[in-house]
Each structure stands twice: as structure tokens, then as C-alpha cells.
Design a protein around this ligand. Structure first.
Ligand code: ADP
Ligand code: 5GP
Length: 188
């Protein structure tokens, strides 16, 4: 059975960094590319980081029931996992790694209880989270504020996850993430 390794966390916790690391260590893992309506960041590539689509197209795809899960993660910004993406990766025999928000993670786990593991990436403190988000330098004043509001909400979700991974010293978090992935992917 193909596995689903689902990472979620408040924005700025470091889940993208950890997911990228796992992708470089475990060749059987592939990244689930989500559809999203936000602006593409300079270094991002359509089809690799996200399928960047308009809000109109996103709504059309909701109506066509094309999503395994979707969420209005920030007001006016939609993100979702397409059934076609899961099928594409499963047809290649891959295990799938996800970087999605906490609601999407809980929803996917409910839908695929046998094959999914949910991992909550937790910053060592709220202050560190704010500093990392600032340090990344990707947000305008307005989107930064939206992300902090959402992060406060997401921090309360820890107990709904199978595993909590504290991301304090990055090397230690990488090692723990590898342990979690190795053990989960080798289960029958
Ligand atoms: P997320 O995907 O959860 O929003 P990112 O992976 O983009 O978070 O990380 C947010 C910022 O914090 C990035 O600039 C990243 O390089 C940095 N970062 C991630 N983990 C650590 C860590 N353990 N220590 C210091 N900085 C980190
Ligand atoms: P970002 O804009 O920083 O790339 O992502 C914002 C948030 O949306 C992150 O918490 C990210 O994990 C989440 N996200 C990305 N793709 C999906 C998805 O397909 N579904 C859901 N529910 N959330 C997603």
C-alpha cells in the first residue's frame, strides 16, 4: 500500500525545509504538488511547487469534485490537493509527502486512515516562529499579519496529530524527521 506522510504546521515552523530534506533522503517519496491561488514567489516553479491557478478555475474544480481536500487557508487564498495528483504519484508507485495546512492534514487522515501519518512541526516558541517568518523575507506587511493570525490558530492543533516534531536546532529536527519517515515507510 502506498503511504501518505503528511506534514502540517504554522507558517514559518520550518515544514518546507524539513519536507525538502526528506525528499533528498528518501527516493521513494514524491511531493504532492497542490493547486493554489496565491501569487507565485520568485523562486517558485509552476508544477513543481504548486499548480498556480486563478480563483475562478479553483472554484470550477471544486464544483467538479476534483479535490481530495481543499481549504481557504487565508482569506481569499485557496489551496488544495487534487485527486489527479494523488493518482499520478500512485501510478508511479510512489509514497507521497505533503506540506499542507492543519485542517487539510486532519481531513486527509480521516479519508485515508490506513495509509496516512500526520506530523505536526512545532516551533520552539511563538517568538521564534515570528522571527523565522520575518527572516524568510517573503511576505508583505499584510500577508505577514494574516500568517501570524493563522499561526496562532494552527498552534492549537498539535493534539490532533499522530506525531509532533519540534523544530529547534535544524540538524536535530532533520534527524528526528528521518527517523519518523524511516519507521513509517518500512511498516507493512
Ligand atoms: P514553513 O514551510 O513552515 O512556512 P519554512 O521551511 O519556509 O517554513 O521555514 C521558515 C524560515 O525559517 C525559512 O527561512 C527557513 O530557512 C528557516 N528555518 C527553518 N527551520 C529552522 C531552524 N531549525 N532554525 C533556524 N531557521 C530555520
Ligand atoms: P504557502 O503560501 O506558505 O506556500 O502555504 C500556505 C499554507 O497553505 C501552508 O500552511 C501550506 O502547508 C498550506 N497548503 C499548501 N498546499 C495545501 C493544500 O493542498 N491543502 C491545504 N489544506 N493546505 C495547503
Amino acid at each position: 500500500m502506498n503511504k501518505m506522510l503528511i506534514f502540517a504546521a504554522p507558517s514559518g515552523s520550518g515544514k518546507t525545509t524539513i519536507v525538502r530534506h526528506l525528499l533528498s533522503v528518501f527516493p521513494q517519496l514524491s511531493f504532492s504538488v497542490s493547486a493554489a491561488t496565491r501569487e507565485r514567489r520568485a523562486h517558485e516553479v509552476h508544477g513543481r511547487d504548486y499548480y498556480f491557478i486563478s480563483q475562478e478555475e479553483f472554484r470550477q474544480r471544486i464544483d467538479n469534485k476534483e479535490f481530495a481536500e481543499w481549504e481557504e487557508v487565508y482569506p481569499g487564498q485557496f489551496y488544495g490537493t487534487l485527486h489527479s495528483e494523488l493518482e499520478r504519484l500512485w501510478s508511479e508507485g510512489k509514497d507521497i509527502i505533503f506540506d499542507i495546512d492543519v485542517y487539510g492534514a486532519v481531513r486527509l487522515k480521516k479519508k485515508y486512515p490506513e495509509q496516512a501519518l500526520t506530523v505536526f512541526v512545532k516551533p520552539p516558541s511563538r517568538d521564534v516562529l515570528v522571527e523565522r517568518l520575518k527572516g524568510r523575507g517573503t511576505e508583505s506587511e499584510e500577508t505577514f499579519r494574516k500568517r501570524i493570525v493563522k499561526a496562532e490558530e494552527e498552534l492549537a492543533f498539535e493534539n490532533k496529530f499522530d506525531v509532533v516534531l519540534v523544530n529547534d536546532v535544524l540538524e536535530a529536527a532533520f534527524a528526528r524527521a528521518e527517523e519518523i519517515a524511516r519507521s513509517f515507510l518500512s511498516e507493512q
